[in-house]
Ligand binder design. Structure first.
Ligand SMILES: Nc1ncnc2c1ncn2[C@@H]1O[C@H](COP(=O)(O)OP(=O)(O)OP(=O)(O)O)[C@@H](O)[C@H]1O
Length: 500
């Protein structure tokens, strides 16, 4: 299939460490890169995958690009990383690496984003108070330039966000165990490793990252050495150490630390990197160093990772943070409103509005934060107090966004066509070459599982085919999914893309 597991290597084997070009020329280069990508890949593919890719900055030979969602990031990284880097390098001799991060809505200024980790929580102003539809409010994983010179920079460590502490973490039924485990690890006697590794997993926005940062702050405050890495940074650090041909392996260099925290471990990909990850885990655990890991799924479901690594990850304490219950959502909202009141004394949100928001927004902590920001924006922009009606209007899009998206057959056909480099009319045509048959069957299968359309209706929408043809396609793909992991991953990604 079109997978390229081992292509997370964004660094080119170049020696060029030249300074970044100026703002103007960096954006000129970026315009040319996009133009070439569009010409090479075609309008459909470009629009599907690169339309929302933006240049953030070029620093010390690395082009930092951003996309609005994690999914898009992981898709581009796993399918197009080499292509993007090659095009970039052909347009600019100054760029030797490409890094893709998830965009924050805290502001586009990367310097401002980096400062978030040092500055107290910024008061949401009208411009910062309106998160994106996804509610994404996190800082992207872009390295701070000053880090590149420090010890953690050598290892690619990411800064800790000063807002994410134990004090600001609210404990409730769904996260009590995770909180207790995090607290024990952070306050371990003589820094002795316990529950090694501590593995936290949860769905989006339920506070994993918050707990990881809280542990990091606490342990650092005790004067111990902490490295916080996202999966991206782990991979980047590894690639960089390979590139620099340092005599010491990455794991050896990490040995000097007391606590290693790795976030979003589900994104670790590539055989060599996985192996290094496994070696790193073994080396650190054997040396009695504490490891804390977070992921969006339990260790057994990390299909990308080798069985031995999965079992090592599961060998400490595995704790799930479940969906935030209503009482917890209410506390998070109340606390957040109280915090904002210290900056905006006139900001009043009554208990009935809090209760309404806590019931309406059930998905995750990020959306709760987004909801409070919207209420504040509403209050400050209109100067009126928050009633149930205004609250309903202010958070409408957050509530609506959570309803499952209705997927259209036409969109399925377009996406599948662009993914497999055929045209939509090929999919609808009578052509029976393998290059068209498989994508057509996948598109039919997706139409069956993602829409409520009947088999005859799907047949009609696929160039007037009979319902038995659709049934045959659905069965065939179902069978193939059970046997072919690569296909199953591919189809899963297509599903997520369509539903995003
Ligand atoms: N119990 C909590 N108390 C206070 N804030 C919380 C709590 N749970 C989540 N949040 C807030 O919700 C937002 C999302 O949390 P966080 O980034 O930690 O989620 P996550 O589980 O790492 O999600 P993702 O997998 O998407 O990164 C953050 O602003 C966080 O501070």
């Amino acid at each position: 299939m079109y997978r390229s597991e081992d292509h997370r290597t964004f660094a080119a084997p170049s020696e060029n460490g030249m300074e970044a070009p100026g703002e103007q020329s960096a954006s000129d280069v970026w315009t040319r890169v996009k133009r070439r990508l569009r010409a090479e890949l075609g309008e459909d593919i470009f629009a599907s995958w690169f339309g929302r890719l933006e240049l953030d900055s070029v620093i010390e030979g690395c082009a930092y690009l951003t996309v609005p969602t994690r999914f898009l990031k992981s898709w581009i990284e796993s399918h197009y990383a080499d292509r993007v880097l090659a095009v970039y390098r052909s347009e600019s001799g100054d760029v030797e690496r490409v890094s893709i991060g998830v965009r924050s809505t805290l502001g586009r200024d990367p310097a401002a984003q980096r400062r978030v980790s040092e500055a107290p929580r910024p008061a949401p102003t009208a411009s910062t108070a309106l998160p994106s539809a996804s509610g994404e409010l996190k800082t992207p994983s872009l390295p701070a330039p000053q880090e590149a010179r420090g010890e953690s920079g050598d290892l690619g460590g990411a800064p800790l966000d000063s807002r994410l502490t134990f004090e600001s973490f609210i404990v409730g039924r769904s996260n009590a165990l995770a909180h207790a485990a995090a607290d024990r690890v952070a306050h371990a006697q003589n820094g002795q490793a316990i529950y090694n590794p501590l593995y936290l997993h949860a769905g989006v926005g339920l506070g994993k990252t918050h707990l990881l940062h809280a542990i990091g702050h606490e342990v650092r405050a005790q004067g111990r050495r902490v490295i916080y890495l996202t999966a991206d940074r782990f991979m980047y650090g590894f690639v960089a150490s390979l590139k620099a041909q340092t005599s010491l392996a990455f794991k050896e260099r990490l040995r000097g630390i007391d606590l290693l925290i790795i976030d979003d471990v589900q994104f670790i990909q590539g055989k060599q990197i996985q192996q290094e990850f496994g070696h790193t885990l073994n080396a650190l655990i054997d040396a009695g160093r504490q490891i804390v890991i977070a992921a969006d799924r339990p260790p057994a479901d990390l299909e990308n990772l080798d069985e031995r690594v999965r079992s090592r990850l599961a060998g400490g304490l595995v704790v799930e943070v479940s969906a935030l219950d209503e009482a917890l959502r209410t506390s998070i909202l109340t606390t957040r409103v109280e915090a904002l009141k210290t900056i905006h004394p006139t900001f009043e949100v009554g208990p009935s509005v809090i209760a309404y928001v806590a019931r309406a927004i059930t998905a995750n902590g990020r959306d709760l934060e987004g909801a409070v920001n919207r209420l504040l924006a509403h209050a400050t922009l209109t100067g009126s107090s928050i009633t149930l009606e205004t609250a309903e209007t202010a958070i409408r899009d957050l509530v609506r966004n959570r309803e499952p998206k209705r997927v259209k057959i036409e969109d399925i056909q377009k996406l599948v066509a662009s993914r497999y480099n055929v045209s939509r009319s090929d999919i609808l045509s009578e052509r029976r070459t393998a290059a068209v048959v498989r994508p057509r069957q996948i598109a039919m299968y997706l139409s069956k599982v993602l829409t409520l359309r009947s088999l005859p209706e799907i047949g009609r929408r696929f160039g007037g085919r009979d319902h038995t043809t659709v049934l045959h396609a659905v069965r065939k793909i179902e069978k193939a999914l059970g046997e072919d992991h690569a296909l199953s991953d591919e189809v899963e990604l297509l599903k997520r893309m369509l539903q995003e």
